[in-house]
Design a protein around this ligand. Structure first.
Ligand code: 4NP
Length: 140
């Protein structure tokens, strides 16, 4: 799960998908990263932690990391939260196999960056939760 800072959107997607997968006894390893490096080592944004808590998910122990090219080999699928993340990932990929692993997280459109708008966190969390439920059905 990849966004820009790895503190707002992708930690929600990691935490929610991992928990849903665990609940179904799926042996999935879910992780998240940012294309940017500003927040490496930081906990998720408190607004994401609160929004996740309201839905019964604890993402507070996650720590931000920057996307590394080695992740292309390690993970089967790389989900981009928005078009910019998608384009950045494509530009880092070095083979057709790597490029083919990159997907947009939503089937239509972007998960809007909520960083500058507090009101967006609940919207984004609901959107991510709905899509994670679909991903479980689609890939399990
Ligand atoms: P995220 O949100 O990509 O969902 O983690 C952002 C967090 C931080 C910044 C931008 C987006 N930033 O510019 O620091």
């Amino acid at each position: 799960m990849v966004c820009l800072g790895n503190i707002c959107r992708s930690p929600l997607a990691e935490g929610i998908l991992q928990q849903l997968a665990n609940n179904k006894n799926l042996n999935w390893q879910v992780a998240s990263a940012g294309t940017g490096n500003w927040h490496i080592g930081q906990a998720p944004d408190s607004r994401s932690v609160t929004a996740a808590n309201k839905k019964g998910h604890d993402i507070s122990q996650q720590r931000a990391q920057q996307f590394k090219p080695t992740m292309f080999a390690y993970y089967d699928l790389i989900f981009a939260m928005d078009k910019n993340n998608f384009a950045d990932l494509l530009s880092i990929a070095t083979s057709k196999t790597e490029k083919s692993k990159i997907k947009m997280f939503l089937e239509i459109g972007d998960v809007t960056d909520p960083y500058y708008d507090d009101k967006l966190f609940s919207v984004v969390t609901a959107q991510i939760e709905t899509r994670c439920e679909q991903i479980i059905k689609e890939f399990s």
